[in-house]
Design a protein around this ligand. Structure first.
Ligand code: SF4
Length: 394
């Protein structure tokens, strides 16, 4: 689905935080190729849309079926629901060339009040996406609210608040919904207009952050190159704890660079570009049966067990229970199943302190013994790192 190269739903976060990103992406030029993951995502979007428009349609795409089921549950208590899929939203009358395509817009009546919202399907296995304050959803919802399209105007002219939802079946059993009043969109529109004014400045600044993830200039942007130089040319053991924390926090940027390097290398090699010392080979082949009946017969004759039943994982079994029994009837069964489960962490992992999980209490005495430091010194290092983080956040 096409989006504006200036400001669209998928680029609005990047444009508002990193105004120089438009210039940098323009330098790289357009690349219409899609990664296999993006292709799979398009297929899931497509299947979900078809299922929504035709509920009796047969589909073997479980992900799309779950996404549609989550939407139906979300609007279960909304009367006279109407919806539009893959709808173009155009804000060009407010900000030049600002447009995009939303996945799903809906409106209806709840308790006598007009309600409505937008939904973004997320089918990837990557990061978890939140609805609260989400600029992409905000862009689509603003597009629906300010639309000059008669269908959208009819749907949204009387709503008093917007429900912004992320449906991400790989991460959530239910949509992640954020309800916000119309004033939020007045403020967002103001940001959009102000941010747009900075985009054409040849010296527009660059700023790194999570919005770099889908930036086409990831490999060429000066900020990214400097960051990679700075982290990769330093000897980790000579870093202070504060420098180490800073490097660790920036690892996702480096990882994206490596993924991009691999993708580009593969793309070049498959187009016949010689990469010295590298070659393209077949991935490890997985064997599969061409005729399962013949295999069963042969195995039976030779008295070899040909089927092996394995207990489903807690996740798989709970999903199956919801599918077979329906959401409400599955609840008590799932509770019973949970009483039969044990959950043990396989170890520690280092994450940013914004992560929802509580921090593990590190035993400073033990750690001091292991590092030959006084417990007091270990505590001081931790406090110093925390103070550096606070300063960075200001
Ligand atoms: S990679 Fe990040 S910092 Fe560089 S231009 Fe893109 S969004 Fe801006």
């Amino acid at each position: 689905m096409k989006h504006s190269t200036r400001i669209g739903g998928s680029s609005v976060l990047r444009r508002l935080h990193c105004p120089g990103s438009m210039r940098e992406e323009d330098r790289v030029g357009s690349d219409d190729s899609y990664s296999p993951e993006a292709e799979a995502g398009h297929r899931d979007h497509d299947d979900a849309e078809k299922l929504l428009l035709d509920p009796d349609r047969e589909s073997n795409n479980d992900m799309a079926k779950e996404a549609v089921a989550q939407f139906h549950r979300m609007v279960e208590y909304v009367d006279d629901v109407e919806f539009l899929t893959e709808q173009r939203v155009d804000l060009s009358h407010i900000v030049p060339q600002a447009w995009g395509h939303l996945d799903l817009a809906w409106a209806g009546w709840r308790d006598g009040k007009r309600v409505g919202g937008v939904v973004d399907w997320k089918f990837g296995h990557g990061i978890e996406v939140q609805a609260r304050g989400n600029y992409q959803l905000g862009f689509y919802a603003l597009g629906a609210l300010r639309s000059q399209d008669p269908d959208l105007q009819a749907m949204f002219s009387d709503v008093g608040a917007m429900e912004l939802a992320i449906i991400q079946p790989t991460r959530h059993d239910d949509p992640d919904i954020w309800v916000t009043g119309l004033e939020w969109f007045d403020m967002f529109e103001h940001f959009l207009v102000a941010g747009n004014a900075r985009l054409d400045d040849p010296d527009a600044s660059l700023k790194m952050g999570p919005w770099c993830r889908f930036c086409k200039a990831k490999l060429t942007c000066g900020m990214q190159t400097e960051l990679a130089d700075e982290i990769l040319t330093r000897e980790p053991k000579k870093m202070t704890s504060v420098e180490l924390a800073w490097a660790l926090k920036n690892i996702p940027q480096l990882e994206q660079r490596i993924v991009e390097l691999k993708r580009l290398g593969m793309q070049e090699a498959e187009q016949g570009v010689a990469l010295p010392g590298m070659k393209v080979v077949e991935k490890k082949a997985r064997r599969s049966w061409t005729d399962e009946d013949a295999v069963r017969e042969l195995a039976r004759k030779k008295k070899i067990a040909f089927e092996h039943r394995k207990m489903r994982s807690p996740n798989q079994l709970e999903m199956e229970a919801r599918k077979k029994l329906g959401r409400d009837k599955a609840k008590p069964v799932i509770q019973q199943l949970r009483a039969l489960q044990d959950k043990q962490s396989s170890g520690h992992v280092l994450v940013p302190d914004s992560d929802k999980r509580p921090a593990v209490q590190i035993d400073l005495q033990k750690r001091a013994a292991a590092t030959n430091l006084e417990p007091m010194d270990v505590g001081c290092i931790a406090a110093l790192a925390a103070r550096k983080d606070e300063n960075d956040d200001e």
